[in-house]
Design a protein around this ligand. Structure first.
Ligand code: SAH
Ligand code: SF4
Length: 344
């Protein structure tokens, strides 16, 4: 069956263009229903039945479908989403201690960056997602949650800044009043450190928050953990972060995945202090979520011990670095950071 053009992810103005010569108020009704959670044209009760039937023949509400859902007792929900061409990706709903609900969205099917500790990185890169496919994940999660989602983190599968155009379109939709109307301060884009992409994102003046996945501030260790460091040396990334900060004036988050016995030594804390110097940044410690079979130079990776995390944190705080620690969420459904990866 040929794929029908989908409407989720369009503003009323964009939908009006696609649905012409249908009057604009009809387009606004349709996008209004999608925003309220309608999954089919049949749900759009204030449209005349013949119009609903005609729309269903020519368009689809969604271009992607939820093909599996897993819930963790901590509130996390992981959705497997099948795209129009059959590729599968994952999107995750996270609930924090205050009950705030955050959508964690993917931007690529697979990831080309091949970070040694990340399940997504062990998959082949398939393709960039379209803005519609990014936005639809948010709607799918919202329907699964049954209520409003207050925050978005672009921390699912893929490197968002290597899919900048579609990412920017999706972010504009999320923040537009006509779209989801979310404050950009409630949206965080996480990057493995694409210097050009960070500058380009700053140029878009979207005012979203930025997180940089540092992993290690020592260049040679970081190259082993995140091989793409070779194309984006840390000094260049730091310059780009400076630039972002000058433009956006937000505190930047440095995400530090903690790998037992690998990047938690005193010298790692010292190197990190050097990197943070001159930036307004807070370090977010993320104890590694296990992925079976992952190795560094032939040795299996392991979770850091509780005492090891504590010691490392103290070493950072001694150096005046602001530290937060991410609570573990979603491990029961393999939906935690770095555990996303649909295999089939
Ligand atoms: N590609 C982007 C966004 C997705 S990864 C990026 O790398 O920033 C989101 C975060 O999860 C990154 O900070 C990454 O370092 C971290 N991560 C990856 N694998 C992990 C794992 N197995 N356990 C804990 N964190 C992991
Ligand atoms: Fe890609 Fe991010 Fe995973 Fe690295 S950590 S492989 S950049 S998704």
């Amino acid at each position: 069956m040929p794929l029908l053009p989908s409407l989720a992810g369009l503003t009323a103005g964009e939908a009006a263009l696609m649905l012409a010569p249908l009057p604009r108020f009809r387009a606004a009704q349709i996008t209004g229903w999608i925003k309220k959670g309608a999954a089919s044209f049949a749900d759009m009760k204030n449209l005349p039945t013949p119009l609903r039937e005609d729309l269903a023949r020519r368009f689809s509400v969604y271009g992607s479908t939820v093909s599996a859902a897993h819930s963790d007792p901590d509130g996390t929900i992981k959705l497997q989403v099948t795209l129009g061409d059959g590729l599968k990706i994952e999107a995750v709903l996270l609930v924090d201690a205050a009950g705030r609900k955050t959508a964690c969205l993917s931007t690529q099917a697979g990831c080309a960056m091949a970070c040694a500790f990340c399940k997504t990185g062990s998959l082949p890169f398939r393709r960039n997602l379209t803005s519609g496919e990014i936005i639809e994940q948010f709607f799918h999660l919202r329907r699964a949650a049954g209520e409003h989602l207050s925050n978005i983190v672009i921390m699912g599968m893929g490197e968002p800044l290597l899919n900048l155009d579609e990412l920017v379109k999706a972010l504009r939709f999320f923040t537009a009043r006509e779209g989801c109307g979310l404050s950009p301060r409630r949206i965080t884009v996480s990057t493995s450190g694409i210097a050009r992409g960070i500058r380009a994102l700053a140029g878009e003046a979207l005012h979203v928050r930025l997180a940089f996945s540092l992993a290690a501030a020592d260049e040679s260790l970081r190259v082993r953990l995140m091989p793409a460091t070779k194309q984006n040396p840390l000094a260049e990334v730091k310059d780009a972060l400076h630039y972002y900060q000058q433009q956006e004036k937000h505190r930047i988050t440095l995400e530090l995945v903690l790998l037992g016995g690998v990047n938690t030594r005193v010298e790692d804390a010292a190197a990190l202090a050097g990197f943070v110097d001159g930036l307004d940044a807070a370090v977010n410690l993320i104890p590694w979520n296990p992925v079976p079979g992952m190795c560094l130079d032939g040795a299996p990776l392991r979770e850091p011990e509780a005492a090891e995390i504590l010691r490392f944190r103290e070493e950072l705080e001694k150096r005046g670095i602001a530290v937060t620690r991410r609570r573990r969420r979603g491990r029961g459904v393999n939906g935690a950071c770095g555990q996303l990866g649909v295999t089939e």
